[in-house]
Design a protein around this ligand. Structure first.
Ligand SMILES: *Cc1c(COP(=O)(O)O)cnc(C)c1O
Length: 355
């Protein structure tokens, strides 16, 4: 089977070999206080910085998931007021976490799958953090980066956080305009789930330290302060996902070998193939109508005759695509376009779709 599901998804082709190697080398039994562990943590930081051009003064933290990163960001960057652009389930989760943590978040709600300009929205001046889901995996909308960067100019007092779980490693960021950036590895990196990455600007670190010193509850073992102190020593307080970090560092090396430009170019080519196919299909149409806002990595297609028959047909051919998210389960299919999905697989998938 080839999994075109938007997370977890198809494993990157090298991962099986890396898992076998990890077992051979007893990686799962390795102490997280050992020199060998520190070496590949260090290597993962270096490779990730190189692959994604992350500035040296931005910190990299390991979390258990992207959802954990949302909670850590609210705890460490917000005394009271966050602002959330909510256009789908994942953005809504972030907003709900701020509520659960007893902050006073505000939100602007948009229809799932619809285009909007985030720099047109009025945001109160006392907002400490603006949260944007750059690619909403539930609705297939990608917010153009230049609209996100415009927020920096409009709201210089606020920290800006973006969720890039389903757009990484395709998305190419200007970190100077962003403060907290997070993702998990089971989507674009083609790895087993259970590892999140949080990238934090010096400004966000300062805010976390300020809140901690003021006596706010910024969390315990995964407060930014502790994550940084430990991370600087290539350590974690808890026993982390050692196997997950090992596999991540291996896949980072593979991606570096292919080259990020190649990965991005292939993603664009496959996205063009996908959208061209469905724009010309008799009944199956892309859910996001405004082309500028269509995600290149999560393609959502309306299925007027129900998603089930198509899912079943594709399964017969060895392909698993996602159903619609939540309420849209029966009315849509979702196709992931990650580095693990080869151009050939994509072509064959489209050939298996009923005309
Ligand atoms: C999958 C996904 C998440 C959740 O990731 P976890 O690793 O399961 O916490 C968050 N945001 C977006 C946009 C996602 O696609």
């Amino acid at each position: 089977m080839v999994y075109f599901t938007p997370g977890p998804s198809q494993l990157y082709p090298t991962v099986k070999g890396h898992i076998l190697k990890a077992l051979e080398d007893d990686i799962p039994s390795l102490s997280h206080r050992s020199e060998k562990f520190h070496e590949f943590v260090k290597d993962s930081y270096i490779s990730l910085r190189k692959l994604l051009s992350i500035p040296e003064d931005y910190s990299i933290f390991y979390t258990a998931s992207a959802t954990e990163a949302m909670e850590r960001i609210i705890e460490n960057c917000v005394a009271k007021k966050s602002f959330h652009f909510v256009n789908g389930s994942f953005a809504k989760r972030f907003y709900q976490i701020a509520k659960d943590l007893k902050k006073e978040p505000e939100a602007k709600f948009f229809d799932v799958g619809k285009a909007f300009n985030c720099s047109d929205v009025s945001i109160h001046r006392n907002t400490e953090l603006i949260a944007i889901t750059q690619t909403e995996t539930s609705g297939g909308v990608s917010i153009p980066l230049k609209d996100i960067y415009a927020l920096r100019k409009q709201h210089p007092q606020a920290l800006i956080t973006i969720d890039i779980v389903s757009s990484i490693p395709y998305v190419n960021l200007d970190y100077s305009k962003l403060d907290c950036i997070f993702f998990s590895v089971q989507k674009g990196f083609g790895l087993p789930a259970g590892l999140g990455i949080l990238i934090v600007s010096p400004r966000a670190m300062d805010k976390a330290l300020f809140l901690m010193q003021k006596g706010f509850n910024v969390g315990s073992y995964h407060k930014f302060h502790t994550l940084k102190e430990q991370g600087d020593k290539f350590q974690t307080i808890e026993t982390p996902n050692v196997l997950g970090i090992f596999l991540f560092h291996k896949v980072l090396q593979d991606f570096l070998e292919v080259g990020i430009e190649t990965i991005r170019k292939q993603t664009e080519e496959k996205a063009t193939t996908l959208y061209d196919f469905f724009d010309n299909h008799r009944t199956l149409q892309p859910f996001v109508s405004e082309k500028k806002y269509r995600s290149k990595t999560v393609v959502i297609i309306g299925t007027p005759d129900g998603s089930k028959p198509i899912l079943a047909k594709l399964k017969e051919h060895g392909y698993v695509v996602g159903s619609g998210y939540g309420e849209m389960k029966e009315n849509q299919i979702r196709i992931a376009n990650f580095p693990a999905h080869s151009t050939n697989d994509m072509k064959h998938l489209l050939q298996a779709i009923p005309q």
